[in-house]
Design a protein around this ligand. Sequence first.
Ligand code: TMO
Length: 337
Amino acid sequence: MLKRLLTSYPGKWINLLVPALLVQLAISMSVSAQSQTPNSIKILQLDWTSQIVLSHIFGDLLQKKGYQVEFISKESDSQWFLLSSKQAHLQVEVWEGSMATRFDELVKRGLIQDAGTHAALTREEWWYPAYVEKVCPGLPDWQALNNCSHLFDQSPDGKAIYYTGPWEKPDRARIRALKLNYEVKQLDDSDSLRQQLESAIAQKKPIVIFNWTPNWVEAVHPGKFVEFPTYMAECEYDPGWGINPDLNWDCGNPKNGWLKKATAVNVATDWPCAFELINNISFNNDDIAKAAALVEVEGLSAEAAATYWLESNTSTWQAWINSSQCQVEMTSSKASN
Ligand code: TMO
């Protein structure tokens, strides 16, 4: 707006004469913009399919309540900064296995807000297609991995490659702590991970890859998670815990992990109704697997998948939005106060 103001004046003199005034104006404008409720709620749309579909489902529910909604499409890593700085307001799928450390830390520091837990129980872990077990006896126990490392794609320094995506995982630490003859290859996005998986499956080639549940994969490809030593919180910070006395992460990821929702800290006060609504929503394993499969298997767009889910689960979401006593805070009524 300031730019437009500047360029709409014909003479160059204005740029020379009033910069101080404009700086003054810019400061007061940005201060007053921050102290008012911004118009639209910004939903973080991250880099895996069910999260994108759930974001659209929740966006539709907010719109039914009269909110303006905006989607911000970003990679997973940036969510902590964007939520903490209130540049984004809502994240509908926070996974324990890959996100608990950052999430817990920021909640504790009062920089983001925990908005409740979904019904779904989650797992994020090393995974292989069922046929791998035939050539690697001993799986799913992790101790079979070193005996079979020659079966998988090899890195230049002769290690087996474990493929993963752009999410924060303790895999390198786990490889060190459990002395695995493996190397992490991190792919840029879930599409590349999917391509890697499907091309291996098409050739019945052994592969070990990061996967999670609920997800679309389970509807299409039989397979199993690797069973590492059972996760305990101590495994993350107490080197003495577990079979490696010197290192952390000599364990797997949580098996019945939580799935949470998170908001920026201003949501509860600026949009109490939206905050109540995000606390109300709860998706189960079936909902989330289905959300992913509608896109990845059935080929719907995320928007169409959201619409389909809403149409087939009317009583579920109606209970969420009806139990909410809130009336949408109108920006106009706020402004007139
Ligand atoms: C965050 N993810 C479900 C991809 O592990």
